[in-house]
Design a protein around this ligand. Structure first.
Ligand code: CP
Ligand code: NVA
Length: 318
C-alpha cells in the first residue's frame, strides 16, 4: 500500500471513520503496522528512527476522563519527536463563555495539531471548522474513531484482512459501536448488532454502512447473533455521557447481552474478543472471557498507540 505523501494529505481532520476516504484509512492502518514493526522490542520511551513530528506541538484536550487515549497520544507524539500539552477542559475557558470557534483560532496560533475528547459532537465540529490546524476526535458522545482504527489493526494482525468477516457487537449501541458501524462500511465487513431495541445504534449510521455494501443485521437473541462470529465486541453498559441515574435500568436491559463463555462458544473456534476498555468485569464481560484464549484486549489497547501515530502523520501529511 503506497504511503500518503504531503501533497495529497495537507491538513486533514480525523473526525470520523465514515468521513475519511477508505483508501486513506487503509494506508493509515498499513503505516501503523509498519511503524509498530519498525520499533518492536524498543523501550517505550526510545524515539522512532523517523521523527516526523520533530518541532511539532500537539494539544491533547480532555473534557472527560481517559487513561488509554491520554497516555497513548502523549507517548505516540513523543516517540515521533513532537511535544505535547495535556489540557483538561475544566482548566480551560471552554464552556465559560468563550466560543469554541475563538478557542480554535487561538489554539491554532500555538499548536500544530489538536486532539479533543468532548461530550457533544458539535464542540468537535466547531473546533475543526475554525482551527487552522488538524483536529482529531478522541471520543464524543456519538463516536470513537481512534478506538476502531486500533481495533482494525488488532484484528488484522491476528487474523489477516477483516474484509468479509462477521463482527458481532453485543450490548449498548453506543459511540464505539457507531464507529464500528462506520468501519464496516469502509473496510467491508458485516456487523451484527445484538442488544435491546431501546439501545440500538443510530439508524443513520446503519444506513451508511448498508449503503456502502455491508450486511448489517439486528438480532435480539445474543446466541443467534454470535453464531459463526469472527470477532465479538462489547463495551461498558454505562458510558461517560450516560446519567448514573439510568444505571440500574440499563443493567437490567443489558444483562442478557453479557459476553461470557456460553456466548463465545457459538462464535467460530478462532473468534477474537475485543473491548475498548475500561471494562467492568462480570458486567458486560466475564473475567473468563477477558483473560481467556479469545481475548486480545491488551493488544487492542497497545494498538491505540500505533494506530494514532499513523493518524497523526496522516493529519499533518508528514
Ligand atoms: N478506550 C479508551 O478510549 O479508553 P480511555 O477512556 O481510557 O481513553
Ligand atoms: N462508551 C464508552 C467508551 C469509553 C472509552 C464511553 O463513552 O464512556
Amino acid at each position: 500500500m503506497p504511503h500518503l505523501t504531503k501533497s495529497d494529505t495537507t491538513m486533514q481532520h480525523f473526525l470520523d471513520i465514515h468521513k475519511t476516504p477508505a483508501d486513506h484509512l487503509r494506508a493509515i492502518i498499513d503505516q501503523a503496522r509498519e511503524m509498530k514493526t519498525a520499533r518492536a522490542g524498543r523501550p517505550r520511551g526510545m524515539p522512532d528512527d523517523d521523527q516526523p513530528l520533530a518541532g511539532r506541538m500537539v494539544a491533547l484536550i480532555f473534557e472527560k476522563p481517559s487513561t488509554r487515549t491520554r497516555v497513548s497520544f502523549d507517548v505516540g507524539v513523543r516517540q515521533m519527536g513532537g511535544q505535547t500539552m495535556v489540557l483538561s477542559g475544566a482548566d480551560m475557558q471552554l464552556g465559560h463563555g468563550e466560543t469554541i470557534a475563538d478557542t480554535a483560532r487561538v489554539l491554532s496560533r500555538y499548536v500544530d495539531l489538536i486532539m479533543i475528547r468532548t461530550f457533544d459532537e458539535s464542540v468537535l465540529l466547531e473546533m475543526a471548522e475554525y482551527a487552522d490546524v488538524p483536529v482529531i476526535n478522541g471520543l464524543t458522545d456519538r463516536t470513537h474513531p481512534c478506538q476502531i482504527m486500533a481495533d482494525i489493526l488488532t484484528y488484522e494482525e491476528h487474523r489477516g484482512p477483516i474484509k468479509g468477516k462477521k463482527v458481532v457487537w453485543s450490548g449498548d449501541g453506543n459511540n464505539v459501536c457507531a464507529s464500528l458501524l462506520h468501519a464496516a462500511g469502509q473496510f467491508g465487513f458485516d456487523l451484527t448488532f445484538t442488544g435491546p431495541m431501546q439501545l440500538d445504534p443510530e439508524g443513520e449510521f446503519i444506513g451508511l454502512a448498508r449503503k456502502a455494501g455491508s450486511t448489517i443485521t439486528i438480532e435480539r437473541d445474543p446466541h443467534k447473533a454470535a453464531e459463526g462470529a469472527d470477532l465479538v465486541v462489547t463495551d461498558t453498559w454505562v458510558s461517560m455521557h450516560d446519567s448514573q441515574s439510568t444505571k440500574e435500568r440499563r443493567h437490567n436491559m443489558l444483562r442478557s447481552y453479557q459476553v461470557n463463555d456460553k456466548l463465545m462458544e457459538v462464535a467460530k473456534p478462532d473468534a477474537l474478543f475485543m473491548h475498548c476498555l475500561p471494562a467492568h468485569r462480570e458486567e458486560e464481560v466475564t473475567s473468563a472471557v477477558m483473560d481467556g484464549p479469545h481475548s486480545v484486549v491488551f493488544d487492542e489497547a497497545e494498538n491505540r498507540l500505533h494506530a494514532q501515530k499513523a493518524v497523526m502523520r496522516w493529519c499533518l501529511g508528514v
